[in-house]
Design a protein around this ligand. Structure first.
Ligand code: ATP
Ligand code: MG
Length: 205
């Protein structure tokens, strides 16, 4: 089987993530996409991230209707800092006979070399790059070429539509009382308001 992982803070998951994951699944014939929200994120410890349990709840609501999508609490439940390499090692133990893929957006190729255990990571799994033509095309092409030349890293490219939604934008819009309709699944929108996430009164905002 082809098992893909999409890692991220997912604070919150939005339609950009979901559309990209579904494109990756269909174009590369993936058997499963597992969304893994990070625990303490090594590159994002400068703001208050919503507690893991709530990010996980939001994810389960968002993926409910897609039988190929799954979630894992492996990183949320881990003590201390989250590293992708530990997650991939753990998945390799579970899915011994399967191919593991890691899905990333093109912003990630600029930081991936700094990830803990980068060399081992690129040996353990295949990388799927959500390759969005148009934006920073030359810069991305140069980086892909450099990663290949220096580290032998190869990407499976997926041409997903360019949907420039970010979780940061969702949080900002909620804080400013602007609509997030159609940016996140309706059920996620409801959860965010019900739990007063990202709002001005909430310290997590
Ligand atoms: P934030 O604004 O908090 O950084 P984000 O929207 O970038 O949030 P992350 O949780 O940081 O979301 O990203 C998880 C993964 O999803 C990363 O691999 C990232 O490149 C990818 N990604 C993020 N936004 C999009 C999008 N709009 N389309 C496709 N992939 C995306
Ligand atoms: Mg991001």
């Amino acid at each position: 089987m082809k098992i893909a992982v999409m890692g991220g803070t997912f604070d919150p998951i939005h339609n950009g993530h979901l559309i990209a994951a579904e494109y990756a699944r269909t174009s590369l014939k993936l058997d499963k996409v597992i969304f893994i929200p990070s625990g303490v994120h090594p590159f994002k410890n400068n703001r208050n991230i919503t507690e893991g349990k709530k990010r996980l709840d939001i994810l389960s609501l968002a993926i409910e209707s897609n039988k190929y999508f799954d979630i894992s609490n492996i990183e949320i439940n881990r003590e201390g800092t989250t590293y992708t390499i530990d997650t991939i090692r753990a998945l390799k133990e579970i899915y011994r006979e399967d191919e593991i893929y890691f899905i990333i957006g093109s912003d990630i190729i600029f930081e991936i070399v700094q990830w803990k255990g980068f060399q081992e990571l690129i040996e353990l799994c295949n990388f799927i790059l959500l390759y969005r033509l148009g934006k920073n095309e030359d810069k991305i092409e140069n980086k892909i070429e450099e990663l290949n030349r220096l580290y032998g890293l190869k990407f499976e490219k997926v041409n997903a539509p360019l949907i420039e939604i970010s979780s940061t934008e969702i949080r900002e819009r909620v804080k400013r009382d602007l609509s997030i309709k159609y940016l996140v699944p309706e059920i996620v929108e409801g959860y965010i308001y019900k739990h007063k996430l990202y709002s001005r009164e909430n310290i997590n905002g």
